[in-house]
Write a protein that binds this ligand. Structure first.
Ligand code: ZN
Length: 57
């Protein structure tokens, strides 16, 4: 069992969810974790506001 600090609320969680991976040129990447409560809010998902097709004109 591993403990990770949620990148959103800053609290430690025993069930971290990997939400983002930041690549760094000078070394290994950094993985950000979130607690189960915050994960759905951080996960890139089909948000209604972002799925509207672009309009022209
Ligand atoms: Zn959290």
């Amino acid at each position: 069992m591993s403990v990770a600090v949620c990148c959103r609320c800053g609290r430690a969680t025993l069930a971290p969810v990997e939400v983002r991976y930041i690549e760094r040129a000078s070394g290994p990447g950094v993985t950000l974790y979130a607690c189960p409560d915050c994960a759905p809010r951080l996960m890139p998902g089909p948000l209604p506001a972002e799925t509207v097709p672009p309009t022209h004109g």
